[in-house]
Write a new protein. Structure first.
Length: 214
C-alpha cells in the first residue's frame, strides 16, 4: 500500500514538474519573440510536446523537443498566428460597429455571435491539428472547421475546458504562471486526438485518404 502511494505521489510530482517546465518555456519563448513573433511558434511547440504526452510518449526530453519544434515551426506558425489574429481583429471591429449601429436588430448581433463561436471552435482545433497532421496552413483552418463541427460533443468539452482554465488563470497567479498553457494544451490534445481517431477511422472505412500524420 505504501509502495503504491509513493509511486502515485512520485508520478504526480513528475507531471507537475513537466507541466510547469513546459508552461515556463511557452511563456519565455513567447516573450522572447515579443509575443507577435513568439506566441504562435511557442504555442505550436507546446502542443507538439503535449501531443507526444497524450499519445503515451511521456519520456521525451521537454526542452529539446520544445526547442526543436519551435525552430522548425517558427516561420509557418508566425504566419498562422498573424492570420488568426487578423481574423479576430476583424470580427471584433465589425462586432463593435454592429453593436453601435445595429443594436436594435438582434438578428445582426446574433450573426456576429455565431461567427465568434465558429472562430472559437476553429481556434481550439488549430494547434492540435497543426501538431498532429502534416498539412498546409490553409488546410489546418479548413480541417479545424470540418472536425470541429463534425464532433460537436468533443468541441463542447474543449470549450468548457478552455473556459475553466481561463477562470483558473484569472484567479490564481501560480496557475497562470506554471500550468495555464501546458495543462490546457494537454487536455485539448487528448480530446482532439480522440476526435481525430474517430474521423480517421470513418474515412479509412470508406477507403479514402484524409490527412497524413506527422
Amino acid at each position: 500500500m505504501i509502495h503504491v502511494l509513493s509511486n502515485g505521489f512520485y508520478r504526480f510530482c513528475d507531471w507537475v514538474m513537466r507541466l510547469a517546465l513546459l508552461n515556463l518555456l511557452w511563456i519565455g519563448f513567447s516573450a522572447a519573440g515579443l509575443v507577435i513573433f513568439g506566441l504562435a511558434p511557442a504555442t505550436c511547440a507546446m502542443f507538439a510536446v503535449t501531443r507526444q504526452w497524450a499519445m503515451g510518449k511521456t519520456d521525451i526530453p521537454v526542452f529539446q523537443t520544445f526547442f526543436s519544434e519551435f525552430k522548425k515551426q517558427w516561420g509557418r506558425s508566425v504566419i498562422l498566428g498573424l492570420v488568426l489574429s487578423l481574423i479576430a481583429l476583424l470580427l471584433y471591429v465589425d462586432f463593435s460597429i454592429a453593436a453601435v449601429y445595429f443594436r436594435d436588430q438582434p438578428a445582426v448581433l446574433s450573426l456576429f455571435i455565431s461567427l465568434f463561436m465558429i472562430y472559437a471552435i476553429i481556434l481550439l482545433y488549430v494547434f492540435p491539428i497543426d501538431a498532429h497532421y502534416d498539412v498546409k496552413q490553409i488546410e489546418v483552418l479548413k480541417y479545424s472547421f470540418i472536425i470541429g463541427f463534425s464532433r460537436p460533443l468533443t468541441s463542447l468539452l474543449m470549450m468548457i475546458s478552455a473556459f475553466g482554465f481561463v477562470l483558473l488563470a484569472l484567479f490564481h497567479v501560480a496557475f497562470l504562471l506554471f500550468f495555464s498553457g501546458s495543462a490546457l494544451s494537454l487536455v485539448l490534445n487528448k480530446l482532439a486526438i480522440r476526435a481525430f481517431r474517430a474521423v480517421d477511422s470513418r474515412h479509412e472505412k470508406k477507403q479514402a485518404s484524409f490527412m497524413r500524420l506527422k
